[in-house]
Design a binder for this molecule. Structure first.
Ligand SMILES: Cc1cn([C@H]2C[C@H](O)[C@@H](COP(=O)(O)OP(=O)(O)OP(=O)(O)O)O2)c(=O)[nH]c1=O
Length: 223
């Protein structure tokens, strides 16, 4: 990661405590602005197109001063072309978990980085395999309330960790912000102020290899 990235004037367009925590983990200076947009899917919209569109709408919805760079993201769970967003209640959460049980799905995060008139939008996809869940396991987990603000009704970083047999791809992408690609995008955005000497650090090295398995990230207190 470039040592100059900490100098970036950054606005995180998100109310997600996970995204805030992950950006902090990078040591970046940023302020938070919470976008208010309609997150409903358009008719016929696929999961990736949906995540990309919402990420761009979130970024555009917040005001940023002169040189600031705005970062926004949207995470969806995709199964057989369907979008599983945040559940509307306990029944829908349980239905989503029954659907994911014993199967592999994809978690797609759309990312938008706005730097003046320049806009980068991209998506990152991670495959997640769930073990077969019992009805009791699902009921217990839904009762914790944790699924309610999370795409696909689960948090890999929290109580759903033991439900996940395997992941292929970025772990931070599942939690809502693919840090490797976000850092690359922010470095790219910073170049508009003139190229800086980049130092290839942890993230560059980390991105070079296959990322498999999960890290040790705490869940937030929001249920
Ligand atoms: C699959 C999965 C999703 N999530 C979260 C990430 C996202 O915060 C959330 C999906 O909802 P989003 O609409 O992407 O984000 P948000 O509403 O939390 O925040 P904002 O729109 O203000 O940026 O689901 C987890 O925390 N863990 C997981 O394992």
């Amino acid at each position: 990661m470039s040592e100059h990235l900490a100098e970036l004037e950054l606005v995180l367009a998100s109310g997600s405590p996970r995204r805030r925590r992950m950006l902090k983990q990078l040591g970046l200076n940023f302020r938070v602005a919470v976008p208010a947009i309609d997150e409903a899917a358009l008719a016929g919209e696929g999961p990736e197109a949906h995540a990309l569109r919402l990420a761009a709408e979130k970024a555009r919805a917040v005001a940023a001063p002169g040189n600031a760079v705005v970062l926004a993201a949207d995470t969806v769970v995709a199964h057989r072309g369907d979008i599983l967003g945040k559940p509307s209640g306990g029944r829908e959460a349980a239905a989503m978990l029954r659907r994911l049980s014993g199967r592999t799905h994809r978690v797609i995060t759309g990312v938008c980085i706005l730097a003046g008139a320049r806009e980068q939008t991209f998506s990152v996809s991670t495959e997640v395999e769930f073990k077969t869940l019992t009805a009791a396991e699902i009921e217990r987990y839904v009762r914790t309330g944790e699924p309610m603000d999370k795409a696909g009704a689960y948090g890999i970083q929290g109580g759903a960790a033991p439900m996940v047999r395997a992941i292929r791809g970025s772990y931070t992408n599942v939690v809502g912000l693919p840090l490797c690609e976000v850092v690359e995008g922010l470095e790219e955005a910073q170049k508009r102020d003139g190229p800086r000497k980049g130092t290839k650090g942890f993230f560059a090295d980390f991105c070079g290899g296959a990322v498999r398995g999960r890290g040790g990230m705490e869940d937030d207190k929001r249920s």
